[in-house]
Design a protein around this ligand. Structure first.
Ligand code: BV8
Ligand code: ZN
Length: 259
């Protein structure tokens, strides 16, 4: 089958499907200028993940970890959703049974949804907001009390005292992000697993499908008789389990396959 035929087949599948779960990873934001994790421009390039994205690293050196997240906030804050995010946003606005579960913490799916809603003068249903499996760069939570909230400003990591602290209890604030070795929010994970098991199609975009438990979601769709479609310029550890694997980038492929 030529790539064009496969694209057409996937387009028809997504047109006729109602229940769609989209799982995205860092690759969906690559064309917005956000570095991926394991690519040559990877976010980990100057550091190794276990040195930074772990509770142990934060306990050991909160200044270094906050410095890295502050740097990433600066990069991501200057990025906009790309045509891939926009195509996904239009689909989830049009079909409330089409949901996004993202591993990304860049907030670009939410921005694209807001932009699409303004264009169609339609309020996105709260239930259709993207599931942020690994949290958000722009939210913090307190290490000493239940306080959590939006936090977009620059981080002053020049000293332990200049790091963000809780206005309620004075304890250090941390990024509201799921680090390696930490459990995902059980409610968010359960919702994502329920959506995956019920999906007619799981569309997997821009992830190396290495990080668990997110990488297991498409397999739940397949086990329940749903179709798994991958969009990625490269082969991944999911490719052999996918019914279709479209070689290309998110911004190029998604507008061509989504209704
Ligand atoms: C947990 C936040 C247990 C941080 C991240 C088996 C079962 C369960 C756990 C494990 C397991 N084996 C190992 C584990 C532990 C670990 C894990 O999975 N490790 C991996 C490395 C093997 N998992 C965990 O620790 C998870 N927690 O299991 O807890 C537990 C249970 C109960 C109680 C206590 C503990 C937590 C995982 C979450 C970690 N946090 N992010 C931050 O962002 O700073 S993960 C991080 O990796 C990001 O979220 C990122 O999204 C994610 C996955 O990476 P990708 O998105 O796939 O990015 P990558 O660069 O790898 O790939 C990009 C892809 O895009 C490539 O394929 C490329 O070809 C493609 N691409 C490039 N350009 C484009 C493109 N595609 C389309 N268009 C383009 N233009
Ligand atoms: Zn507090």
């Amino acid at each position: 089958m030529t790539p064009g035929d496969e694209l057409g087949e996937v387009r028809d599948l997504l047109k006729s499907a109602r229940r769609i779960l989209v799982l995205t990873g860092a690759g969906v934001s690559a064309e917005s200028g956000v570095p991926t994790f394991r690519g040559s421009d990877g976010l980990w390039k100057n550091h190794r993940p276990e040195l930074l994205a772990t509770p142990e690293a934060f306990h050991r050196d909160p200044r270094l970890v906050w410095e890295w997240y502050g740097w990433r906030r600066g990069i991501v804050g200057a990025c906009n959703p790309n045509a891939g995010h926009d195509a996904l946003a239009r689909t989830t606005l049009r079909n409330s049974d089409a949901r996004i579960a993202t591993q990304n913490v860049d907030g670009l799916h939410a921005s694209a949804l807001e932009k699409a809603a303004e264009a169609t003068v339609r309020e996105p249903l709260p239930s259709t907001r993207p599931l942020e499996l690994h949290g958000s760069l722009f939210r913090v939570r307190c290490t000493g009390c239940p306080v959590t909230g939006k936090h977009r400003g620059p981080i002053d990591a020049t000293s332990a005292h200049s790091l963000p602290h809780c206005s309620e209890c004075g304890a250090l604030l941390r990024p509201d992000i799921v680090w390696f070795g930490e459990a995902l929010d059980p409610q968010i994970l359960e919702e994502a697993m329920t959506l995956a098991a019920a999906a007619e199609v799981c569309l997997v975009v821009g992830t190396s499908s290495v990080v668990q438990p997110a990488a297991s979601l498409p397999r739940l769709t397949r086990q329940s008789g749903g179709r798994v479609v991958e969009v990625n310029p490269e082969e991944t550890s999911l490719t052999s389990a996918a019914h279709s694997s479209l070689r290309g980038t998110a911004a190029h492929i998604l507008p061509r396959i989504l209704p």
